[in-house]
Write a protein of this length. Structure first.
Length: 572
């Protein structure tokens, strides 16, 4: 195809390439054809054709988490609305995604006005897409002309990389193909917001008074530290203070999980005892970049006054809230204080990290089956994590999880590398993990290691085809027990007790699938494991795959209830 001009589409693509976006996830459509045609022939960016909009949206979300920015191209109306759930999750969990679309053009609008024609994919309100996405993005734009397009595109991208959240852009369909000169030169940078000096001083003084009065201080790190590139600063604070640290589930792997200060991830009742005990004992919790969800109700109710909280939205010390103070400036100022104090760092080491077969053995509760060969959630992680450690593969994988029993069990893991645990732990999407696999692998350059509930996999099973189509050797483990276990826990946890009188609700029962046949249909390698020996035998075969995904059905008992989920269900 002969290129005739440098267009608005080319401008956006050039900017994305400058920001290290080398793949764009796509669902085709007629309105957006001028953009998708430009994308197909654009040098340096690969089109990743996806099976449906949630597949594309989850993939873009995971790519944004690992690469720092992502882009997804969607059709107007029917396509953008289908992807809305994924983009809302990216908004909540701080993943910068550029949502690209197109809208009926100038000629279409004239016809609508003259003849009262309702154009396809439209609600009748041609601003509806932008209005809806305004609720789950930090900036939106509709371009009706190429005039001023470059500046508007730049402002959108700056908003995305500054706030680490999605933005939305649509053009009149013809505008994507209109000339846009000159091409961009300098790479865009995030905006740098400065703190009010007096407010910063007051905030640090109040925080410092709480920190220095504490007998058992603790750092609680969250995902915003990772998203905003402040992991190195966090590590400096840990080193200078000597404080132990934990992370939220969403913020797991904000740092490499090594050293003698990491106590493990805190997931409320799903945490192991040593982590819970240290959090409960702490009298000052320096909470940095953490999104506090309702998974942490006990923590907020019992530790609110003991918190020193710094996020991109708020700085708080105890009950005192400070405006016009940035998280980075606050962390920098605290680091200076720690470095000046003669009494720090504290000579405190975290409890020894659990050694195989812990922490899984003590959380597995096979009262329904004494056979040591039966696979349970905890036994699956016990053996698969041992395999990854023995093969020195933990720094070569990126794990993806939707909301499931498996995610909460997985938070007990130790030894993962930085930014290698992607989970829908705040938005809590069932099915996120399978769609996220392609974006996680392409964005990180590491192998996606996905653990899905069977209910979640059934929602996004088509994503397996996206992996096969793009020759990605991601691994999808499906914990197969034919029930929405995580939902049943909160509906009626007694259903997991033995005996025919304890049954699951009909709405939580899943159909039985032939996963081996499904793998063959989608072009993946298929495995089915029903015992520990079969799992251990399959793992080396799975890891040997190079250009083909693996779908692994892990058969577990219907009533397997990991102790992590039992505690969440009974203590919440």
């Amino acid at each position: 195809m002969q290129k005739q001009a440098f267009t608005v589409a080319d401008y956006l693509l050039t900017r994305l390439k400058q920001l290290n976006v080398t793949e764009v996830f796509q669902i085709p459509g007629d309105y957006v054809k001028n953009f998708t045609q430009a994308l197909e022939y654009f040098d340096g960016i690969t089109t990743i054709g996806c099976i449906n909009e949630l597949d594309a949206g989850y993939a873009a979300d995971a790519y944004g988490r690992t690469r720092g920015l992502a882009a997804v191209s969607l059709q107007y109306g029917v396509s953008t609305f289908s992807a809305l759930n994924a983009i809302a999750g990216a908004y909540v969990e701080r993943s910068p995604v550029v949502v690209i679309s197109a809208t009926p053009g100038a000629d279409d609008r004239r016809i609508t006005k003259m003849y009262d024609v309702l154009y396809h994919h439209s609600t009748g309100n041609l601003r509806c897409d932008q209005e809806v996405f305004a609720h789950v993005t930090v900036a939106t734009e509709t371009l009706s002309t190429s005039a001023g397009a470059a500046e508007k595109i730049d402002n959108l991208l700056i908003a995305a990389i500054t706030h680490k959240r999605p933005v939305y852009i649509e053009c009149y369909e013809e505008v994507w193909g209109e000339p846009c000169l000159p091409p961009p030169d300098k790479v865009l940078k995030p905006l740098k917001r400065s703190s009010d000096p007096l407010a910063l001083e007051n905030a640090v003084n109040q925080a410092w008074s709480q920190i220095t009065a504490a007998k058992h201080p603790l750092i609680f790190a969250g995902v915003e530290v990772l998203r905003h590139g402040l992991s190195g600063l966090l590590q400096d604070i840990i080193d200078a203070s000597g404080f132990l640290y934990t992370t939220t589930s969403l913020g797991k792997t904000v740092l490499d999980e090594g050293g003698d200060k990491f106590i493990g991830t805190y997931s409320d009742a799903a945490s192991i005892d040593s982590v819970r005990n240290l959090v409960e004992k702490s009298d000052c919790i320096l909470t940095l970049g953490a999104i506090i969800t309702d998974d942490y109700i006990w923590f907020v109710e019992n530790k609110y006054a003991d918190m020193v909280l710094a996020t991109t939205e708020q700085i708080r010390a105890g009950y005192f809230i400070y405006q016009e103070v940035t998280m980075e400036d606050f962390m920098d100022a605290l680091l200076i204080r720690f470095k000046k104090m003669n009494t720090y760092p504290l000579e405190v080491t975290a409890p020894p990290q659990p050694r195989y077969p812990e922490p899984w053995l003590s959380n597995s509760d096979p009262w329904w089956d004494a056979s040591p060969q039966t696979i349970t959630y905890n036994r699956f992680f016990q053996h698969s994590m041992q395999f990854l450690q023995q093969q020195n593969l933990l720094d070569q994988i990126v794990m993806t999880f939707g909301i499931s029993s498996a995610m909460y069990v997985a938070t007990n893991a130790y030894g993962l590398s930085q930014n290698s645990f992607l989970a829908s732990a705040a938005w809590q999407i069932i099915g996120y993990e399978t769609g996220a696999a392609s974006g996680a692998q392409l964005g990180s350059g590491k192998r996606a290691w996905t653990v899905a509930g069977d209910g979640g996999f059934m929602m996004l099973c088509q994503s397996l085809s996206t992996l096969a189509r793009n020759k990605l050797n991601a691994v999808i483990f499906v914990m197969s027990n034919t029930v929405y276990a995580i939902e049943q826990v909160y509906v009626n946890i007694t259903s997991f007790e033995p005996g025919p009188e304890h049954t699951f609700n009909a709405f939580d029962i899943l159909p039985k699938w032939d996963y081996l046949a499904l793998a063959q249909a989608y072009g993946a390698a298929g495995f089915r494991v029903t015992t520990i020996d079969e799992l251990n035998a399959a793992l080396p075969q799975i890891i040997a795959l190079t250009n083909q995904p693996a779908l692994v059905e892990v058969v577990i008992p219907e009533k397997d209830l990991p102790r992590q989920m039992y505690r969440l269900g009974t203590e919440s």
